[in-house]
Design a protein around this ligand. Structure first.
Ligand code: ADP
Ligand code: ADP
Length: 222
């Protein structure tokens, strides 16, 4: 898969949230989208998942405009938004069953749910109500739903917010193995949370790309 972001800008009334973004990446890629609050990360991710329309420019997936990729967006994309509301009263497996239905997974639904439960190390928690889980466990449920249908593109917005240090380390382990055949984009304002697992870092601030490259090329200011 190839994603091309061309001359992309987004304005909210008088705020220029994205200012002429140009990026391209191919499978496989493990990408950290890094920038302070208000940089434009969520806006970029919402455009990539089709939730928000750009003011200018476009996104191409394998050469085809994102706007023409409705089925793909609905069924073949993994997305964990930042303000993700889990259905607290549901049990983990009920919730994943519901999300699998939304993605039109039919015949192999049971196996697919099992697969993502194992991957996120939640098999033992599958019968528990979501409201009884810890913050890190809930976040893994969110990542499990994003992995349903084995999408080629997974987008996770601020996955480490609200996690304690131990949960942060678990989070890093979650993506390192599974990501080889995908494009995974993780946004964060804490670079340490992604630099060890990503092979590409994109730094964004005030709607502009400041840096694109390998983590080792990134010189951090002390
Ligand atoms: P980040 O995810 O990096 O914190 P955002 O994409 O949420 O950044 O925001 C980028 C800029 O756009 C910020 O100045 C933010 O306040 C503004 N913004 C985001 N969403 C809206 C909106 N719905 N209406 C107006 N301004 C918005
Ligand atoms: P994020 O960093 O993910 O954008 P925020 O707390 O900035 O989180 O935004 C939460 C929600 O409020 C988002 O849906 C965003 O689009 C919206 N939002 C952010 N800034 C503004 C703003 N200045 N005016 C209106 N809506 C905003």
């Amino acid at each position: 898969m190839e994603i091309k972001i061309q001359n992309l800008s987004k304005k909210y009334k008088n705020v220029k949230a994205l200012n002429n973004i140009n990026l391209a990446f191919n499978t496989p890629a493990m990408i950290g989208l890094v920038g302070p609050n208000g940089a434009g990360k969520s806006t970029l991710m919402k455009i990539l998942v089709g939730q928000l329309k750009a003011t200018e420019g476009e996104v191409l997936i394998d050469g085809v405009s994102l706007n023409k990729r409705e089925k793909y967006l609905k069924e073949r994309l993994g997305y964990l938004p930042q303000d993700f509301g889990l259905y607290e009263e549901l049990r983990v497996e009920e919730y994943l069953d519901y999300m699998a239905s939304l993605k039109r997974i039919k015949e192999n639904k049971k196996d697919e749910i099992k697969r993502v439960l194992v991957m996120t190390n939640l098999e033992e928690k599958r019968k528990l109500k979501i409201k009884t889980l810890s913050g890190g466990q809930k976040q893994r449920v969110g990542i499990a739903q994003a992995m349903l249908n084995n999408p080629e593109l997974i987008i996770v917005d601020e996955p480490t917010v609200g996690l304690d240090p131990e949960e942060r380390i678990k989070f890093r382990n979650l993506f390192s193995e599974d990501s080889i055949d995908k494009i995974v984009i993780l946004s964060t304002h804490i670079i340490e949370d992604v630099e060890s697992i990503c092979n590409l870092i994109i730094v964004i601030n005030k709607g502009k790309i400041l840096f694109v490259g390998e983590p080792s090329e990134l010189v951090r200011k002390a």
